[in-house]
Design a protein. Structure first.
Length: 195
């Protein structure tokens, strides 16, 4: 489990592609990282397979690459990173599993004072989980939905300077894809509610 509070922005150093998936080598400065741990890479929960002084390696199965933006990562690309939460940690964001539901695209970016308003396309079959002032994780970042425009098929999030500085959002522009994880609690409520 994760919180959606990004710890670091890593950089893809190498990508090795085969029929089974993609192996990523990511350069990052994360203390106490070890093999077998879960790590969120651009919002996708992966298992650390190797660690050295400069970073770590993960493997993404074909199923994962087909449902996320990890299929398009290339050497040099930045990625948001977060290690799994420990029981004694503070839950600053919201409950994020790293189980990406779908992807969506940036429709527009607007500077409003020091903040930026990012407008995204509503994510297809998951649009019912996107609600004003609800939680959503985009590329692993815990965010609050600022507004939904059903007629336009879009939703907005406001990003504060601290988040822009600590994540990959600074480099996002119209047409870019991001990973989407809707609020797992909303999915459970829907599943448990009487028909």
């Amino acid at each position: 489990m994760f919180t959606g509070i990004v710890e670091a922005v890593g950089r893809v150093a190498d990508v090795d592609v085969d029929a089974d998936g993609r192996r990523l080598r990511i350069e990052a400065d994360l203390a106490d990282l070890s093999t077998g741990q879960s790590i969120s890479v651009a919002g996708v929960c992966l298992t650390v397979e190797a660690v050295d002084d400069g970073g770590f390696e993960v493997f993404t199965a074909a199923e994962t690459t087909a449902k996320t933006t990890l299929d398009a990562l290339e050497a040099g690309d930045p990625v948001n990173l977060e290690r799994a939460v420990r029981v004694e940690d503070r839950l600053d964001g919201h409950i994020v599993q790293g189980h990406v539901d779908t992807t969506t695209t940036v429709e527009a970016v607007e500077q409003v004072g020091e903040d930026r308003i990012y407008t995204f396309a509503l994510p297809g079959a998951h649009e019912r989980y996107v609600v004003p002032r609800g939680s959503i994780a985009l590329d692993g970042v815990s965010l609050t939905v600022a507004g939904v425009d059903d007629a336009a098929g879009t939703f907005r999030v406001a990003i504060v300077p601290e988040t822009i500085d600590r994540t990959t959002f600074d480099g996002l522009g119209p047409g870019d894809r991001v990973n989407v994880e809707v609020d797992v609690l909303a999915k459970y409520v829907e599943r448990l509610a009487p028909a």
